[in-house]
Write a protein that binds this ligand. Structure first.
Ligand code: PTJ
Length: 243
């Protein structure tokens, strides 16, 4: 049994949690492989929030709190890893929370909504329609929810839907540890940080930012710079990996 003080304890507990959530149906089997990819990239980041990620998190807070209709899109991995952090960000930002799944069944939607509600989130549910221009089940969403949103936060998104949302004219904020993914490159703003570190940082910034900060952050957004900084920080770490 690994001791609680061991640096790897947290990631082992997280893996156990995800495996349990996969067995109960909240996380898709594909979600487990997505988590493994995330772990590998987080290792390259040194499992910490970098300066550029912090800037991206503050910018995300500025965009969410300035939006007309902000929505946080939740999938199986996000609910399993961070239901409480989603509830806290909803309170801090005033965003709607809506479940949107790649591997969609009504039963999974219900399970994930229940998990979010038990963590304190106010989940927007009801009749979903096939409204997004996609040929898979992520097309299903609510007309008064995601479909009408101007700003959408998409943690652990797939590239197709990110592109579709951007093409619909929405501002898309992605959280993705892989700075090379299609989602990371297509989103309006990408936060290259681990989900459970990123969400509390965004919530904190929602409380702290002044109107002047928000204006400055949104006007100076440069996603190419943020992604290249994330790659530079990973490369820097690799260059000194054996020191
Ligand atoms: O619950 P469902 O049915 O909607 O399925 C969700 C998954 C995750 C399977 C689906 O969205 C998917 O296939 O995602 P991808 O295309 O595998 O992308 C997930 C991205 O998130 C990858 O680039 C990972 O590196 C990254 N990632 C994984 N875990 C984390 C992460 N980023 C931040 N924090 C994490 N904990």
């Amino acid at each position: 049994m690994i001791p609680k003080s061991h640096p790897r304890y947290r990631s082992l507990v997280t893996r156990e949690r995800l495996a349990g959530c996969a067995r109960s149906g909240i996380v898709s089997w594909e979600g487990l492989t997505a988590h493994g990819r995330g772990e590998a990239f987080d290792y390259l980041l040194g499992e910490k929030t970098t300066e550029s990620a912090r800037l991206a998190e503050r910018t995300a807070a500025a965009m969410l709190t300035s939006a007309r209709h902000p929505v946080i899109s939740v999938n199986g991995n996000t609910a399993a890893l961070a239901a409480q952090e989603i509830a806290a960000l909803q309170k801090a930002s005033g965003a709607q929370v809506e479940v949107n799944l790649f591997h969609r069944t009504e039963e999974r939607v219900q399970q994930i909504e229940d998990l979010l509600r038990s963590a304190g989130a106010d989940v927007f549910s009801g009749e979903a329609e096939r409204l997004l221009p996609l040929d898979h089940d992520r097309a299903w969403c609510r007309r008064e929810g995601m479909y009408s949103a101007d700003v959408i936060l998409v943690p652990l998104e797939d590239g197709d839907r990110c592109e579709a949302l951007v093409r619909m004219g929405k501002t898309v904020i992605a959280i993705d540890l892989n700075p090379l993914s299609r989602t990371a490159r297509r989103a309006t703003l990408t936060i290259v940080d681990e989900l459970t570190r990123a969400l509390p940082e965004i919530s904190r910034a929602c409380h702290d930012l002044t109107q002047k900060d928000k204006k400055h952050l949104t006007e100076s957004l440069n996603n190419h710079y943020l992604l290249s900084e994330a790659i530079r920080e990973m490369t820097e770490r690799l260059n000194h990996a054996l020191d």
